[in-house]
Design a protein around this ligand. Structure first.
Ligand SMILES: N[C@@H](CCC(=O)N[C@@H](CS)C(=O)NCC(=O)O)C(=O)O
Length: 235
C-alpha cells in the first residue's frame, strides 16, 4: 500500500524520510502540516501521534512516528536500493553515522539554526552571556562538520561509501539547512564561522553539492523556499 507521510516543510526529521523515499524510488502521498496553524496539535493528528511531532508515516495497518524507524521500515518493506547497505559491515557503518548525526549534528544545529531562523538573527554583542552561548552553539556545529569532513577525506562520494544511504538521509538536511542559513542570515552565520568564501569544509561542500544536483534530492527541497514571501527567508 502506498505510504502517507505527514511532515512540516523544511523540518529536518521529516526531510530524512523524504530523502529515504527518494533514494529508494518509492512514491508516497505527502501531507504538509502547517506549524502556524498548529496542525500537529489538532485531534486528527494527535490520534496518529499523541506526542504531537512529525514525521508520521502510515501504510495500511502500519503507523510509525520516528524518522529513523521509518527509514528502517522502508528498507524492509521495499528492499530495492537499500538505505542500510548490503552487508552486516555496511549496515553497522551506516547506522553508526546516521545515529551520530541524529545525536550530535542535530543537537548542535537545533540551537544555531533556531537562532538563525526563529529570532531576529542579530549577532550578539561581544562580552555578553548570549555571545558566549552563540560561540558554544557554533563550536558544536563546527565539531560535527569536521566529523563529516573526516569521513569524506578518503575521497568516497558519500558518507558510507559509493552510494547515498540512510547516513545521507540524516546528515543532508542538517547541512542543507546550514547552507540556507548562510544564504539568508549571512551576518550571523559569518560571525559563527560559516560564511563563505572560503568554505572551511570543502569535501562536505562537494558532497552537499553532489546531492543538491540529484533531481530526486532537488525534489525534496522545502516547498516554502520557492515562495516569494517573507517565509522564504526562514527555515
Ligand atoms: N523522534 C522524532 C522527533 C520528531 C520531532 O521532534 N519533530 C519535530 C520537527 S523536525 C516536531 O515535530 N516539532 C514540533 C513541535 O515540537 O512542536 C523523529 O525523529 O521522528
Amino acid at each position: 500500500m502506498r505510504p502517507t507521510l505527514y511532515t512540516f516543510s523544511g523540518a529536518p526529521r521529516g526531510w530524512r524520510v523524504l530523502l529515504g523515499l527518494a533514494f529508494k524510488g518509492v512514491g508516497a502521498d505527502v501531507k504538509t502540516l502547517s506549524v502556524s496553524n498548529q496542525d500537529h496539535k489538532k485531534p486528527d493528528f494527535l490520534a496518529l501521534n499523541p506526542r504531537a511531532k512529525a514525521p508520521v508515516l502510515t501504510a495500511g495497518d502500519t503507523l510509525l512516528r520516528d524518522s529513523v524507524a521509518i527509514l528502517a521500515w522502508l528498507d524492509r518493506a521495499y528492499p530495492d536500493n537499500p538505505l542500510f547497505g548490503e552487508t552486516a559491515e555496511d549496515a553497522a557503518v551506516i547506522w553508526q553515522i546516521a545515529m551520530e548525526c541524529r545525536e550530535y549534528l542535530r543537537k548542535g544545529n537545533q540551537k544555531l539554526l533556531s537562532r538563525a531562523f526563529f529570532t531576529d538573527a542579530q549577532v550578539p554583542s561581544e562580552g555578553t552571556e548570549d555571545h558566549q552561548s552563540f560561540q558554544a552553539e557554533a563550536a558544536l556545529v563546527h565539531t560535527e562538520c569536521r566529523y563529516l569532513e573526516d569521513l569524506l577525506s578518503d575521497g568516497r562520494a558519500f558518507l558510507a561509501g559509493s552510494k547515498p544511504s540512510a547516513a545521507e538521509a540524516v546528515a543532508f538536511p542538517e547541512i542543507r539547512l546550514l547552507q540556507r542559513a548562510v544564504e539568508t542570515k549571512n551576518d550571523l552565520m559569518t560571525a559563527a564561522g560559516f560564511g563563505y568564501p572560503p568554505d572551511l569544509y570543502p569535501k562536505t561542500a562537494d558532497w552537499k553539492n553532489r546531492l543538491n544536483a540529484m533531481p530526486e534530492v532537488a525534489a525534496t527541497m522545502p516547498p516554502h523556499w520557492n515562495e516569494d514571501t517573507s517565509l522564504a527567508k526562514s527555515a
